[in-house]
Structures are given as structure tokens and as C-alpha cells.
Design a protein around this ligand. Structure first.
Ligand SMILES: Cc1cc2nc3c(=O)[nH]c(=O)nc-3n(C[C@H](O)[C@H](O)[C@H](O)COP(=O)(O)OP(=O)(O)OC[C@H]3O[C@@H](n4cnc5c(N)ncnc54)[C@H](O)[C@@H]3O)c2cc1C
Length: 821
């Protein structure tokens, strides 16, 4: 380690940022621009000495169907374009353009879909011919190219210069940066971080931001904070100078051949995203690894290099200057790890950038600084928030397994429903083996093996070719869907997050955090949102009152830790205790018009409509088990959710299946759940509603009890929005009237030909007869049903445009008759 003369550091700062790569520098810069200038950035060695110094510096705004990611990219590119004027230090941004090659139909379809979505977000994208690709990048072979996607304003940047410019900008506003000072520990008090330890003494702080790149996991451990990222080898090859190569050429990406190409020193840089990569230093990154390189594994990389070089054949005849290998951090789902740690208040993390830390670095820094300055993020963070991750994902075996897959995912065609292939089987439902026997096709559901659909007898649960069209198992899925609408189905939902809230103040606490009235009569379930003070959504879940001092809260798997943390942090001094009982209960849902008939045959409890109406909850006996039975539905039919002590789940399942023969019980998977709930317009937090939506915009005003006794968090904001008058932003259900096309996510919704929003999540509505989704529509007039009816709605899927119907009320059973019967 090259340790410079040790600087004096202050003994307190409002915010301490640990790590001086592009992310730490950007966080410090943006904190200063938020007006928080009492910031101390501590860098273990020198700025950029971790991963940042050797990044290739690609700047791409194209490629993501996440609004958050696309906005972060656009912001970053624009910031790098204007930094020099502010700081006097150039970032090396060269907007030479970027071309993505599509050489197979699946990729072409993906890029057309992405292009439409990215244009909606403000990215200029042109689909260009192979000839035009060759004109722009003359050394590229284009004989197999179907099309290029050209983004003229993208290009490249110099990562070290960016970091230095951000650091200068931060210093200009008063931020102190100390190099050669590692953070060696954390101080905390009452569940909040209060400072950091360093070899030069402790520094008290109100906030700490861990921006330690691939060291972030181990640094998090020192505070008990879970950051399950893992370093992996990441390569590029530099050639000797090549005649005719021009530094004004665009960056070229050929994901099918694992490569990207750009000018470097008169020759070419060939970067690689090989399909199977190598995790690096699973046991821990050496502390003294600075401006470091990894010696390249030529044998492993040779076949990939050959493929990559084939796009630019002249490279095969050119001398190789260097095959560079450096480490980069990857996360279990290829999304960054951002936000306040659930384990420790005021401890923020911005790490795990999955090879796009430069091109999103500006945006990540802005987001984290905003979050600290304003107390909440201003973009949808449901997909990137640190609290989506679980501790088991930090196990060495998990990281070693999952990371093999992650780097290559960057360049795969991003077909819908692509299953994760590594680190499988982490969590099994108590009835897992029974579902295997039923020929379930499983996918990774927050680490659980979740049954997605079932192959009928005689068929194998094999997914077949991934595609943008109807999957091979479309017919099985349809049958499950119809069974739920006309008969009865059984669904394993063990992955749902379940919490018990107990104590004499439990009801009071839950009333305070819930927008709906949840503390009424015992034996009743209530659907509710948890809001923040701004009235936007923190959670979407159910609360069941079991007794005056005992409640049962159920949230979706992805919201597990967020909901749990939110509740615990709002306990204050209440006499109430929250226990995570997810592992203690299996959950089996039986749903459909014949579900009562089935239930009645396995229990002696009276489950008639009169005795056990919609929203009832009671402990009933099934076989030898005591089961919490709740009459509720997430798919729009009469139905029941059964919460069974894990060790009795198999017994209950066997009885249901045996009794089910008489009523044609069918197993149904999560694909059917998605298509059923989407027809009914039921929301899914983190998929079609998120932390940026108000409860009214999300169409959930019916679940807000403004007149309940006592206050609840977000009440004032809801009232204020109501007072402002009819909403101009609302979640709308959209149905494509042509039965053929499929929607998945990010399709552009048009009103009278003009972009009005995009589909946040979608499925296929077998009962409605076409692809159906939920889209947030922004308008310059109130979004009412009258407004929807007066307009012509279409959905753009790739390059095609389809007529659509749009509705505020659920298109399936708008009067809720079926769930009440
Ligand atoms: C070969 C390669 C090519 C790449 N190409 C691109 C590209 O083209 N475009 C793109 O967007 N991204 C690219 N990346 C990814 C990009 O480099 C990273 O995402 C980014 O640099 C991560 O920045 P960071 O600040 O999180 O991490 P780092 O740069 O590693 O910074 C973390 C810092 O924390 C410091 N630190 C660690 N522990 C402590 C401690 N205890 N106390 C204080 N300081 C500490 C380290 O010294 C380090 O300086 C590439 C990566 C590689 C490996």
C-alpha cells in the first residue's frame, strides 16, 4: 500500500464517506450540492485505487428497462458533460456514440422493446442497418448483423478524471478528503451509527456511507450490516495500434459474442463479459490491494476471446499489448446495493455496481445524497434497496455459486422468465418434495424454490426455449388459470413474509403505521398500505387481528426486510414485540369457486359464507393440525389462505390433495397467480407500485381509513393530495385487445398516439383474452374513467403498435361479486 503522509482528520463530521472510488466521490460531491458540506471522505489508500482506476469507461444510457437505472444513466452522462465547467477538471467524456449489435431475432426483439422504452425516458436511439454499422465502425464484420442500435450521445469517459473532478467539486464546497486513512470500525448507539474508527482516532458522525467497493461486504460486517457482494474477474484486451482506427468511432457492443470494442491508444480495447465468470477472493479481498491487477487466466478466457475477436477480424493479426484483468463487485441479482441498512440506522451503503459503476456513478451519488438530505429517496428504489437482500446470501458458498452467473447476465438476451441457474435450493417449502412429485417447474423466488407452473401427467417440467412469445408451457398455465376461475386450485406460498406482532400496544402501533383500520374486531384480515410522511408507499400487505394483543402481518417476499424494519423502527417505546415467523409457517392457498367445498370436507369448522364471510380469520383444525385460516384472495375468487405450522404442512397438504380429487383440485403456480391477479388489477409492491407512488395514485384510496380514530403516518399528505383535486397521475389497467401479443414490462402506452406512460408489470389475461398490465399514466388533465374512455389507447411492443383498452376499475369482476360469494 502506498501510504501518503498521514493527514490530520477532524474528530467529527456530519457525514463520513468510506471509500474514494467513483461512488464515494460522487456521494460526497452530491452531499455538498445538497447543502451538506460537513462531510469527511476517508480513503484507505489513494482516490480511485480500488476498481475505478482501471474501468473501461463506457457510457451507455441505452439498455435498461428500469426507469430508475435509465434515469441514473442519463443524469450521470449529463453530469460528466458539465463537471469541467464547474470544477476545472475534465472528465474525458467523449460522446462518440454507442452501437449495440443484434445478430439474433431474440436480441433484435429485446432491443426494439428497450429502444421504445428508452426513448420514452428521453434517450435518442436509432435502429440502423448493417451497412450503417459498417460505416460507423469500419473494422467490424457485419455479415451476420440484423440491426444496430445507435445512441449518438453515448460514448466513453475517463473514470479517474471523473473521480478527480467529482472530488474537486466536493472540496470546492467544503468537503474534506483524507487519503491513506482506512475506516477500521464503527461506533453505534441505540441502533444507529454514531461514527467510525480509524487508526488516527474516532470520528463522530450522524451518517456514514459505506462506498468501499469490493471491500464493502467486509466493512459492513464490522457493523453487522449485510452487504452480500462478491468480487469477480473482469477482463479487457488491449491491442497494438491498428491502421485506420479512429478515436472518433463509436463504442461497439456485440453481446452475443461477449464483447465490446473501442479505440484505445490508436489500437482497440476489447472488453469481455463471458457467460461464466470467476469469483475472486471469496474469503476476502486483501486489504493492501491497490491499483491492483489479477494475473489473467488465459486458458479459461481463450474460447471467449476467440469469439470476441471474431467480430473485428483484424485483431487476430494484430499484436496484443495486454490482457488486463481487474476485480469488480457483483451482487446476487445484478442490481446495486443502495440505501440505509436495515440493521443500523443512518448507515448507508452504495456499493456492488456490477460493472456499471462509472456510467451510473453520478446518479447513484445523487440518489444517496438526496436520501440522506431529505430522509427518503426520490426514485423507485424497490429493486436496488439494500433491504431486499438476506444474510444467507453473504455465505461464501452462496457468493461463490451465484457470482459465476452474474457477470455473463449483463450480455445475455434478457428474455422474460429467465431462471437463475446458480445458488438454487437455498430455501425449500415444507411441502417441496410433494410439489416435485406434482411436476412443478421451480424458479428462484427470493431464494425459495417457488413453483412457477406444473407439467401435466406424462409431461416433464422443462421450460424449453426462452422467447418473447408464448412459452412452450402456455397451455399448462392457461389450464391452471381457468381452474382458479372455475374450480379450485392449490398454491404453495411458503415464501411470503410473516410477522407476529404481540403486546398490549400492538394494535396501537399497527394503527399508527397502517393507512387502513386494522385494529377492529379480532378474527378479521385487513388489506393496508404503510405510508411515509409524504404519503408514498412503504409497504403493501395484510394485517390480521388474531386477538386484542396479537396480530399477524403478511407481506410479499421481496418486501420482507423492508416491512419488518419499517415496523420495528416505528415501535418507539410501545409495549409490543415483532417476531419474524416466516420460517415457522407454511402457507397453502386454496382458491376458486369450489374452494369452500374443498375446505368443508377437511375441517369440522363451519366455513359457510354466513359463519365465515370474506375477510374472516380463525384457527381451524385440519387433520392433526391447527391451521390459521383466512378468507381472502389475491387472484379475485372465493378463496382461503392456510397458515400451517411448518412441521404439519405435509399432513395438511396430503389431506387437501386427497379430498381435492372429488372437486378436481389442480395445483397452480406463480405464473397463474400473476395472470389472475393482473386481470383483477391487484397491485404488487416493487413491481407495479413503488415508493414514489402515493396511495391515491396507486388506486388504493379505498384502503385508506381517513376517518379512523387517531392519526396514521402519511395521513396529512393523503388529505393534502385530496385537497389538490383530481389526480393527473394514476395507475391504469391496460388490456391489449388482440389476443396474440405478450406483454411483460416496460411496454410503452400511448394515448392518441402520444407516449403517456409504460407498463410496470404485465401478464396474460386468459379470462380477459389478451395481455394485460398496469401502467402509471401521467396526463395534463385529471385521469378519470371519462378521460380514459375519450382517448384512443395503444401499446407499443418493440416496433409494433396494438390497440388497447384502459380502465381504472379492474376489468375482471369490477363489482367484487366473486370474492364475496
Ligand atoms: C475491467 C473493468 C472494466 C470496467 N468497465 C466499466 C465501464 O466501462 N463502465 C462502467 O460504468 N463501469 C465499468 N467497470 C466497473 C467500475 O469500475 C466499478 O463499478 C466502479 O469503479 C466501482 O466504483 P466504487 O467506488 O464502488 O469502487 P472502488 O473504485 O473500488 O472504490 C472503493 C474505494 O474504497 C476504498 N476502501 C476500501 N476499504 C476501505 C476502508 N475500510 N476505508 C476507507 N476506504 C476504503 C478503496 O481503497 C477504494 O478506493 C469496470 C470494471 C472493471 C473491473
Amino acid at each position: 500500500m502506498t501510504t501518503p503522509v498521514q493527514p490530520a482528520i477532524p474528530d467529527r463530521a456530519r457525514v463520513v464517506v468510506a471509500g474514494g472510488g467513483v461512488i464515494g466521490a460522487s456521494v460526497a460531491y452530491h452531499l455538498a450540492h445538497e447543502g451538506i458540506t460537513d462531510v469527511l471522505l476517508l480513503e484507505r489508500d489513494r482516490l480511485t485505487s480500488g476498481t475505478t482506476w482501471h474501468a473501461a469507461g463506457l457510457m451507455a444510457t441505452f439498455g435498461s428497462t428500469s426507469q430508475t437505472s435509465t434515469e441514473l444513466r442519463i443524469y450521470t452522462r449529463d453530469l460528466y458533460g458539465r463537471l469541467e465547467a464547474e470544477t476545472g477538471l475534465a472528465t474525458g467524456l467523449k460522446q462518440v456514440g454507442l452501437i449495440e449489435l443484434a445478430i439474433e431475432p431474440g436480441r433484435l426483439e429485446e432491443y426494439r422493446r428497450v429502444a421504445a422504452f428508452n426513448r420514452l425516458c428521453g434517450v435518442e436511439v436509432h435502429e440502423i442497418s448493417p451497412r450503417e454499422v459498417a460505416d460507423l465502425f469500419p473494422l467490424a464484420r457485419t455479415d451476420d448483423v440484423l440491426a444496430g442500435f445507435y445512441i449518438p450521445a453515448d460514448g466513453r469517459v475517463n473514470p479517474v478524471d471523473v473521480t478527480m473532478s467529482l472530488a474537486r467539486g466536493a472540496r470546492m464546497k467544503g468537503v474534506r478528503i483524507a487519503e491513506g486513512v482506512p475506516v477500521t470500525g464503527f461506533l453505534h448507539n441505540g441502533g444507529a451509527v454514531t461514527g467510525v474508527r480509524t487508526p488516527l482516532g474516532d470520528v463522530a458522525a450522524e451518517y456514514v456511507v459505506n462506498c468501499a467497493g469490493m471491500w464493502a461486504r467486509e466493512l459492513g460486517d464490522l457493523a453487522g450490516v449485510n452487504i452480500p457482494l462478491q468480487a469477480a474477474e473482469h477482463y479487457y484486451l488491449l491491442t497494438e495500434p491498428i491502421e485506420g482506427v479512429d478515436s472518433g468511432w463509436p463504442v461497439l457492443e456485440d453481446p452475443a459474442n461477449y464483447g465490446y470494442y473501442r479505440e484505445e491508444g490508436g489500437g482497440l480495447m476489447l472488453g469481455l463479459f463471458e457467460p461464466e465468470c470467476a469469483p475472486w477472493q471469496v474469503a476476502g479481498v486483501p486489504e493492501n490491494f491497490s491499483f491492483g491487477e489479477i494475473s489473467p487466466d488465459w486458458d479459461r478466457m481463450a474460447p471467449y476471446l476467440e469469439r470476441t475477436m471474431s467480430r473485428v477480424p483484424v485483431v487476430a493479426e494484430t499484436g496484443i499489448k495486454k490482457l488486463f484483468c481487474g476485480p469488480e463487485s457483483f451482487t446476487p441479482d445484478l442490481l446495486p446495493i443502495v440505501g440505509e441498512a436495515p440493521e443500523l440506522r443512518n448507515y448507508f451503503v452504495a456499493a456492488g455496481l456490477n460493472s456499471i459503476g462509472i456510467l451510473t456513478g453520478g446518479g447513484i451519488g445523487r440518489l444517496v445524497a438526496h436520501w440522506i438530505a431529505h430522509g427518503r429517496p426520490d426514485v423507485d428504489v424497490t429493486g436496488i434497496s439494500i433491504d431486499r437482500l438476506h444474510r444467507y446470501q453473504a455465505n461464501p458458498e452462496y457468493r461463490a455459486s451465484r457470482t459465476v452467473e452474474s457477470l455473463g447476465m449483463v450480455y445475455e438476451t434478457h428474455y422474460p422468465g429467465r431462471p437463475m441457474r446458480t445458488a438454487r435450493g437455498a430455501k425449500l417449502s415444507p411441502i417441496h418434495q410433494r410439489l416435485v412429485a406434482q411436476r412443478a417447474y421451480f424458479r428462484d423466488v427470493s431464494g425459495w424454490e417457488g413453483a412457477d407452473w406444473y407439467a401435466p401427467e406424462g409431461a416433464e417440467p422443462v421450460a424449453g426455449q426462452l422467447s418473447w412469445g408464448r412459452p412452450d408451457w402456455f397451455g399448462y398455465w392457461a389450464a391452471e388459470h381457468h381452474a382458479a376461475r372455475t374450480g379450485v386450485i392449490l398454491m404453495d406460498m411458503a415464501f411470503m413474509a410473516k410477522f407476529e406482532v404481540q403486546g398490549c400496544d400492538a394494535g396501537r402501533v399497527l394503527e399508527r403505521v397502517s393507512a387502513n383500520q386494522v385494529d377492529g374486531e379480532p378474527g378479521r384480515i385487513t388489506y393496508t398500505q404503510w405510508l411515509n410522511e409524504a404519503g408514498t408507499l412503504e409497504a403493501d400487505l395484510t394485517v390480521t387481528k388474531l386477538a386484542d394483543d396479537r396480530f399477524f402481518v403478511v407481506a410479499s417476499d421481496t418486501a420482507h426486510r423492508h416491512a419488518l424494519t419499517w415496523l420495528r423502527r416505528h415501535l418507539g417505546d410501545a409495549r409490543a414485540l415483532v417476531t419474524d415467523v416466516t420460517s415457522g409457517y407454511a402457507q397453502i392457498n386454496i382458491q376458486g369457486p369450489r374452494s369452500r367445498e374443498l375446505l368443508a370436507t377437511v375441517t369440522s369448522a363451519d366455513v359457510s359464507n354466513e359463519a365465515f364471510g370474506f375477510r374472516s380469520a380463525a384457527e381451524i383444525g385440519i387433520g392433526f393440525a391447527r391451521v390459521l385460516c383466512i378468507r381472502i384472495t389475491y387472484l379475485g375468487e372465493l378463496g382461503y389462505e392456510l397458515y400451517i405450522p411448518a412441521e404439519q404442512a405435509v399432513g395438511v397438504y396430503d389431506r387437501l390433495v386427497a379430498a381435492g380429487r372429488a372437486v378436481d383440485l389442480r395445483h397452480a403456480g406463480l405464473k397463474a397467480l400473476a395472470s389472475l391477479r393482473m386481470e383483477k388489477g391487484y397491485r404488487d409492491y416493487g413491481h407495479d407500485i413503488d415508493n414514489t407512488d402515493t396511495v391515491l395514485e396507486a388506486g388504493l384510496g379505498f384502503a385508506v381509513a381517513l376517518d379512523k380514530p387517531g392519526d396514521f403516518i402519511g395521513r396529512d399528505a393523503v388529505l393534502a393530495q385530496k385537497e389538490r383535486g383530481p389526480l393527473r397521475r394514476r395507475l391504469v389497467q391496460v388490456l391489449i385487445t388482440d389476443p396474440d401479443p405478450m406483454m411483460f414490462h416496460a411496454e410503452v402506452v400511448r394515448r392518441d398516439g402520444q407516449p403517456a406512460g409504460y407498463v410496470r408489470s404485465a401478464s396474460y389475461g386468459f379470462t380477459l383474452g389478451g395481455a394485460v398490465g398496469l401502467a402509471m399514466i401521467d396526463a395534463d388533465e385529471p385521469v378519470t374513467q371519462g378521460y380514459l374512455d375519450a382517448s384512443e389507447w395503444t401499446v407499443q411492443i418493440g416496433n409494433e403498435v396494438y390497440p388497447a383498452a384502459a380502465s381504472l376499475r379492474p376489468m375482471y369482476d369490477p363489482g367484487n361479486k366473486r370474492i364475496q360469494m
